[in-house]
Design a protein around this ligand. Structure first.
Ligand code: FES
Length: 116
């Protein structure tokens, strides 16, 4: 048995994140679950989820802060997240709802991100 890889397969996507388009970014409340703790905070339209967390003293994993290294990757388990940059994520990761908090902005008020 072998697999035929189709890198551009985005059919049946049930992703919880969006990567393109123009969005009406607003102040939104997000919840991030990391290291056994839940952190809920408001994210301004001009700030990423990671940037906001770090300013609040919430120490989430990160490195490049520009969407290149995936150190900040988490899974969006509720709501929708707009990503300014998606090149570091595979199509499969995007399809599964993985997001990068350093370039992620909440689009809905029910965003919950789980970081392992
Ligand atoms: S910190 Fe490197 S991709 Fe987010």
């Amino acid at each position: 048995m072998f697999w035929k890889k189709n890198k551009d397969n985005k059919d049946n996507s049930t992703s919880s994140q969006e990567s393109t388009g123009t969005h009406d970014l607003q102040l939104r409340t997000v919840k991030v679950i990391y290291d056994g703790e839940e952190h809920e905070f408001d994210v301004k339209p001009d700030r990423s989820i990671l940037e906001t967390a770090l300013k609040l003293g919430i120490d989430l994993p990160h490195s490049c802060q520009s969407g290149m290294c995936t150190a900040c990757m988490g899974k969006c388990i509720s709501g929708k997240v707009f990503l300014r940059e998606t090149d570091a994520l595979t199509p499969k990761e995007i399809e599964q709802g993985y997001v990068l908090t350093c370039v992620g902005h909440p689009l809905t008020d029910d965003v919950v991100i789980q970081i392992d």
